[in-house]
Design a protein around this ligand. Structure first.
Ligand SMILES: *Cc1c(COP(=O)(O)O)cnc(C)c1O
Length: 434
């Protein structure tokens, strides 16, 4: 299978190149040029399959041409050591809980899959030497990537995060691991971390010295596997007796998650339509209203993992619909919520149903509730466990929600990180001496 760039100027790439490089030479995002096929009777029996079996079928359609069958089987089964259960919140509204992985957020699926696929591709090459993953984080990406890559041989991960600007729980999730994970505490803000990473990718001397790659949702190996749980949701819905195609509502920031759902739909997954739920960062919402895509600086909100002012995967959505605003509006609708609407929604859902939403899931729940038509079945993606945002959630709901044992374990670990300034020469020197 070949991968083309959304900017259409770089040469087509193999899967190996797309996974190891991440971004195409023309700064575009890689797209699979075609999709494989699912087995003809896959949907007839989907409700009899386990999550791993479902994911294995989907992974085969995406990667089966390029990855040996046994290797692909192992990558899928090693990645998915947890389920994504569907929880009925109220009549016709279900939460797809994506927070049962090691760091309690949906990014675990893509990060774990990518770590294993990247290792497979590195080992197939003749070259020796580690690959180094650089990742800038405002919280959740760092924890998912660090845990996804922990103990994966031949790969070293550097997580750059802004000092004092990530939550205590999040910081523990990537600073206490050690081994092949190095946490770097930058005396600055998230944008400084991102700038350091971008400068590193462009620095020739550094790239001669060491092999660098990124692990955010621009990487095909990280975002495509997120299609797995859309199929798993559908299988569970079928088990409850529903046969109609569901509406999927996705709390969105960089739009990697919803793009994976659209790829699932292109593979044949029945979907009525998609809703992209935003917080106050309303760039995509405005695009749907006006046809103009106008990026803006990001705004801080309660749902901070969605604070994105220029969603990178918009380029993929635009490409999938051949640039047609009408076609995009036909299949995807939008929504945008202020922090006060998020708070109201969390309280309303909790008092009426007893279900505790995190601030990101709250955007999804609200958009679905507002847009679901009579007779439709809706699924919103609950993207993180509320305990990851315990302080906010407890304050809003007047609760004292328990912290799952998996999270507590991180909090008992010893924090280790390397302090650095925002100067690129300091960062470069540090990397050159590794
Ligand atoms: C990353 C993240 C999102 C946004 O996902 P995208 O793929 O960037 O759209 C939503 N909720 C949570 C909890 C996240 O960590």
């Amino acid at each position: 299978m070949k991968y083309y760039s959304t900017n259409h100027k770089a040469p087509e790439a193999t899967l190996a190149k797309a996974v190891i490089k991440g971004l195409a030479e023309d700064r575009g995002l890689y797209m699979p040029e075609k999709l494989g096929r699912l087995a003809p009777n896959f949907f007839e029996h989907i409700d009899e399959l386990s999550f791993q079996e479902i994911a294995h079928n989907v992974a085969d359609a995406f990667f089966g041409e390029d990855v040996e069958p046994e290797a692909l089987h192992k990558i899928v089964y090693d990645t998915l050591t947890f389920d994504t259960p569907l929880h009925k919140v109220e009549e016709n509204i279900y939460a797809l809980e994506l927070f049962h992985g090691p760091t309690l957020a949906f990014k675990d699926v893509g990060a774990r899959f990518m770590a294993r696929l990247l290792q497979y591709e590195i080992r197939k090459e003749d070259r020796t030497g580690e690959v180094n993953v650089l990742v800038a984080t405002s919280g959740d990406t760092g924890s998912a990537v660090a845990n996804g890559f922990l103990d994966v041989e031949d790969i070293h991960v550097y997580v750059l995060y802004p000092k004092g600007k990530v939550s205590h729980i999040q910081e523990c999730q990537f600073t206490t691991l050690g081994k092949n994970i190095t946490a770097i505490e930058v005396e600055g803000v998230f944008d400084d971390c991102q700038q350091l990473v971008k400068s590193a990718f462009m620095d020739e001397e550094l790239n001669r010295h060491m092999r660098l790659t990124s692990a955010n949702s621009i990487n095909v190996a990280r975002f495509l596997p997120q299609a797995f749980y859309y199929f798993n949701a559908y299988a569970q819905l079928r088990r409850t007796g529903h046969t109609e195609p569901p509406v999927f509502c996705v709390p969105s920031g960089n739009f990697g998650n919803i793009t994976a759902g659209i790829f699932g739909n292109r593979l044949g997954l029945p979907v009525k339509h998609f809703i992209a739920a935003n917080n106050a960062n309303d760039i995509f919402f405005n695009y749907l209203q006006t046809g103009q895509y106008s990026p803006k600086p990001s705004q801080q909100t309660l749902a901070n993992a969605m604070d994105v002012g220029d969603p990178s995967n918009f380029a993929r959505i635009y490409d999938l619909y051949k640039g047609s605003w009408e076609a995009i509006r036909n299949e995807i609708s939008g929504a945008t919520y202020t922090d006060s609407a998020i708070r109201d929604t969390m309280r309303d859902c909790y008092t009426r149903t007893g279900y505790v939403l995190d601030p990101h899931g709250a955007c999804g729940y609200r958009a679905l509730k507002e847009q679901l038509q009579p007779g439709e079945i809706g699924i919103f993606l609950e993207t993180a466990h509320p305990a990851k945002f315990k302080e906010k959630v407890d304050e809003i709901l007047s609760t004292d929600i328990p912290i799952p044992e998996r999270l507590q374990r991180f909090m008992r670990g010893e924090k280790k990180s390397v302090p650095l300034s925002t100067s690129f020469s300091d960062f470069k020197n540090f990397l050159l001496h590794q």
